[in-house]
Design a protein around this ligand. Structure first.
Ligand SMILES: [Mg+2]
Length: 393
């Protein structure tokens, strides 16, 4: 089979707010080869990814991603790796290319899964997907009182683990942050698993992050996530040396496999968080998951968008030990929830499991998607390079 179509659709909420919520817009990917269709999703700026799909070549290592995908043979798993390598070589200097490839790689896995009537995790060699303990992933409230109320409501809904992040955390003083963390712990209860996400707020500033450790220890936070930007390996390693029982988590900003491996090897993280929609898809995410396992670092998905993206980001570590935690966004905007017909929801034991249906087990709800679909056109010198294709199954 040859890849005959790679179509991108920009979906957005009517209003996109300046908050740390990645579910406000998304880029849906439809791939067609022979009679089969696969679906994927790219994380991060959809319009920039569309541009990198079609932009005219600048030089031999800066070609549009589409040129390495359309017309390629897609019959077996090895073809996915081959096409990924082509994109990485031909779009070497195109920084958005890994995000763009991510949705295509995910769609290729979904397509082969549908073709062979097999869930993606079985194509990856995992017979049975282990259940995961979802942590409710939310933003900090604007005040400790709001955070306390959020944490209580999360616990009432049955989640024993929760992550609070972004919002005001790290923007004010050490005392304000301590009050936020204490409020989260109080609302979650003594036996809850508490995770804190600083959202890279301290950049490279080791002292600022270290000043927050006593409060994190006092509230028995399991991890401090992204105290620094992804590349700040020296700061990560130095903080890890003094963080004690509070482990560091990071890696969602990894745009390729090497960045993730460096976080594991040189950043001292206890948890490596990978978004299949950013790192280049399920293929590199799987290799990072295997490497993390070898190195005794816990692999965790990063997901803040639809359940199509959630399924994709859970596949790479489907075989890792049962009940290990996974990110589970619980404040999704309507777009991200309505976009799929199926959803991955906690069972009576509070655990979630991957669908057993072929591919990713997710069917895009095209009628819902059309309500959020925006027309996009890219023209250069009067030549239309991209126009939103018709959204069909
Ligand atoms: Mg995060």
């Amino acid at each position: 089979m040859r890849i005959e179509a790679v179509d991108f659709y920009y979906l957005s909420m009517p209003e996109v707010l300046d908050i740390g919520d990645g579910s406000q817009d998304l880029l849906l990917v439809r791939l067609q080869a022979g009679p089969y269709v696969g679906w994927g999703e790219c994380e991060a700026s959809p319009l920039v990814s569309i541009a990198s799909l079609v932009c005219p070549m600048s030089h031999s290592a800066c070609k549009p991603v589409r040129d390495s995908v359309l017309g390629q043979t897609l019959d077996e798993i090895a073809d996915i790796d081959r096409i990924g390598d082509l994109v990485r070589a031909n779009s070497l200097d195109l920084l958005q290319a890994p995000h763009t490839l991510s949705g295509i790689d995910i769609a290729m896995w979904d397509l082969l899964g549908r073709r062979f009537e097999t869930p993606v995790y079985q194509l990856l060699g995992v017979e049975r997907a282990e259940p995961r303990l979802p942590y409710a992933s939310v933003l900090f409230g604007d005040t400790p009182a709001e955070t306390l109320a959020k944490a209580r409501s999360i616990r009432e809904k049955g989640y024993v683990a929760a992550k609070f992040g972004w919002g005001p955390y790290g923007l004010g003083g050490v005392a304000e942050d301590a009050a936020q963390v204490a409020a989260a712990r109080e609302g979650l209860g003594d036996d809850g698993i508490l995770l804190i996400d600083a959202g890279t707020v301290w950049g490279h500033d080791l002292a600022a992050a270290a000043a927050r450790l006593p409060a994190l220890r006092a509230s028995r936070a399991t991890w401090l996530e992204e105290p620094f930007v992804t590349g700040a390996l020296d700061a990560y390693a130095a903080l890890a040396e003094q963080s004690g029982g509070v482990r560091l988590a990071g890696g969602e900003g990894s745009h390729n496999e090497d960045m993730a491996r460096h976080m594991i090897d040189h950043g001292g993280v206890g948890f490596i968080q990978i978004d299949a929609g950013r790192i280049g898809g399920i293929s590199p995410a799987r290799r990072v998951a295997d490497y993390a396992m070898q190195r005794g670092v816990a692999y965790v998905n990063h997901t803040f968008t639809s359940h199509l993206a959630l399924s994709a980001s859970l596949q790479p570590y489907a075989g890792h030990p049962a009940r290990s935690i996974c990110e589970y966004p619980v404040e999704l905007k309507s777009l991200a929830w309505e976009m799929t017909r199926e959803h991955i929801t906690p069972d009576a034991n509070g655990l979630i499991s991957l669908p057993e249906a072929p591919g990713l087990g997710m069917t895009p709800d095209l009628e819902a998607a059309k309500r959020y679909l925006l027309d996009v056109e890219i023209a250069v010198g009067g030549n239309v390079l991209y126009r939103t294709p018709e959204l069909v199954g």
